[in-house]
Design a protein around this ligand. Structure first.
Ligand code: FAD
Length: 456
């Protein structure tokens, strides 16, 4: 979310200076056991992070590695998909954009390419990703392996745009899965948590470059709830962020435009969060005053209207660390689940200050896609990284589960193999395929072994 409006609304930087938090650079921390995830919520991995520079080196690494091999992207997942005592392999050097086809709007892209580097490269060919999530620092393979999504009623998650992929399996075989080779495996391999092998290259469906008009505005939350379906239908991309303890939501819409670019304002997207934390720190004992101050500050806020290239507007930076749970819920009940979560938090958790995020994603056919059987509304709850987030598991997750939600693969959840088996019709088929491609379990770490090979 772009929180600049919130910053301006709540009134400058005075509160931020009281809040006692500062933006911290995300990413890996080489000083702690070689690797850590973005929010540093996972124990550092003891394994060494290897960065092969070409296919020969990658093959030698995979076939010669003692123990298991875990591929890593940008480390922006909260679930222990990557940590390993053995070898962690980064495809940072596999980032080329090749075989660009501007008639079919496709290209083969190196699996380790960071989305924010790939987008300007695509733009040189007049192409763009159809959609992006809140951030674009992830690697292509990392983002697609967990079904990373943005928002849009008729827009699917990034994995659904995969037309082909190349995978290095445990025995050093290069396997292509595409319309031309092994096409039946594509729905299984497109969302696979790095459990089938190391992705080296992916053929993506793209679209001609496009510009967006972004509008950001505040509305009473009950009005947003009443109009949400219409807003999702009206706008190419629509989402809203409910500001806890305020009764107000921030709406963000993007629509295609041919208008001239507007100047980019300075990126102050983290500052709004600092304001919210300051209000939490000083006024959580007095919720009525907290609510009144929030409402007062936001009431006069002007709209934001910006025009620019799609990839410049859809994603922004997140430099204040947080931990997050996000569930994808059947579209018919997603907002009901949000209201139950909101009621619970406003009654019981005055410490929560990050806005809750509500987005919509179209369904797709990939076996382990959380969007597998139709359109979903995704609801995300975030906690400041130094705050206790155990209540997400004990109190929030049961609400999401009651409404038939599936968790984001990269975000906090406590589900087991049996739970996923009940949620995904192709779970057993995927586990069998995984066993066939990786009989030695070389791509499993303890978390993935518990999911896919619990008896070994
Ligand atoms: C601040 C923040 C904002 C976020 N915003 C969004 C959002 O808007 N929408 C959304 O859906 N998600 C969002 N996420 C979640 C994030 O997109 C996913 O967790 C994503 O998987 C992270 O990508 P990564 O490159 O960091 O991959 P990692 O977290 O490093 O890895 C993720 C998975 O990909 C696998 N993998 C990585 N590279 C390869 C490879 N070459 N071959 C095979 N497997 C591989 C790993 O083994 C692992 O299973 C956000 C996360 C953060 C921290």
């Amino acid at each position: 979310m772009d929180r600049r409006r919130l910053l301006q609304a709540i009134g400058g930087t005075a509160l931020a200076s009281l809040s006692g938090i500062s933006a911290q650079a995300g990413g890996t921390d080489p000083s702690v056991s070689g690797w850590q995830n973005w929010s540093k919520s996972l124990p550092g991995a003891a394994g060494k992070v290897e960065k092969p520079t070409n296919m020969v080196a990658l093959k030698a690494l995979v076939s010669g590695a003692e123990g298991g091999v875990r591929p890593v992207g940008a480390g922006h997942s909260w679930m222990p998909l990557v940590p390993s005592q053995d070898t962690i392999v980064s495809l940072d050097h596999f980032n080329a954009v090749r075989e660009v086809d501007t008639t079919a709007n496709t290209a083969w892209i190196g699996a380790g390419g960071r989305l924010h580097d790939v987008s300007p490269e695509l733009a040189k060919h007049g192409l763009a990703f159809r959609n992006l999530g809140d951030i674009d620092v992830q690697s292509l393979a990392g983002a697609t392996s967990t079904a990373t999504h943005g928002t849009g009623r008729n827009l699917s998650c990034l994995s659904a745009e995969i037309l082909g992929l190349r995978l290095l399996t445990g025995d050093g075989e290069e396997l292509e899965i595409s319309a031309a080779q092994n096409p039946a495996l594509l729905p299984a391999a497109s969302v696979a948590l790095g459990s089938l092998g190391v992705l080296t290259e992916m053929k993506m469906q793209l679209v001609p470059s496009y510009k967006l008009h972004r509008r950001v505005w505040f509305m009473p939350h009950d009005q947003v709830m009443a109009q949400a379906d219409d807003l999702w239908a009206k706008h190419r991309n629509f989402e809203f962020m409910y500001i806890p303890f305020s009764g107000i939501s921030m709406c963000i819409a993007h629509d295609e435009t041919q208008a001239a670019d507007t100047p980019r304002a300075a990126d102050e997207s983290d500052d709004g969060v600092k304001q919210l934390k300051a209000l939490r720190d000083y006024l959580s004992w007095f919720p009525a005053l907290r609510k009144r101050l929030l409402a007062l500050a936001i009431s006069g806020a002007p709209e934001e209207n910006v025009v620019g290239e799609s990839w410049n507007l859809l994603s922004s930076e997140r430099n204040v660390l947080f931990n997050e749970m996000e569930y994808h819920l059947p579209a018919a009940v997603g907002l009901e689940a949000l209201e139950e979560v909101r009621a619970y938090i406003e009654k019981n958790r005055a410490d929560v200050f990050f806005p809750f995020e509500a987005r919509m994603t179209q369904g797709d056919e990939n076996w382990l896609s959380p969007f597998h059987d139709g359109r979903k509304i995704s609801i995300a709850v975030h906690c400041y990284h130094q705050d206790d987030y155990a209540f997400l598991f004990s109190d929030i997750e049961p609400i999401f589960r009651k409404y038939g939600g599936r968790p984001h693969w990269g975000k906090l959840n406590s589900l087991t193999a049996a739970d996923f088996d009940a949620l995904y019709p192709q779970w057993q088929a995927f586990a069998a395929l995984r066993q066939r491609l990786d009989p030695q379990g070389r791509f499993l770490n303890p978390y993935l072994r518990a999911l896919f090979a619990p008896t070994t």
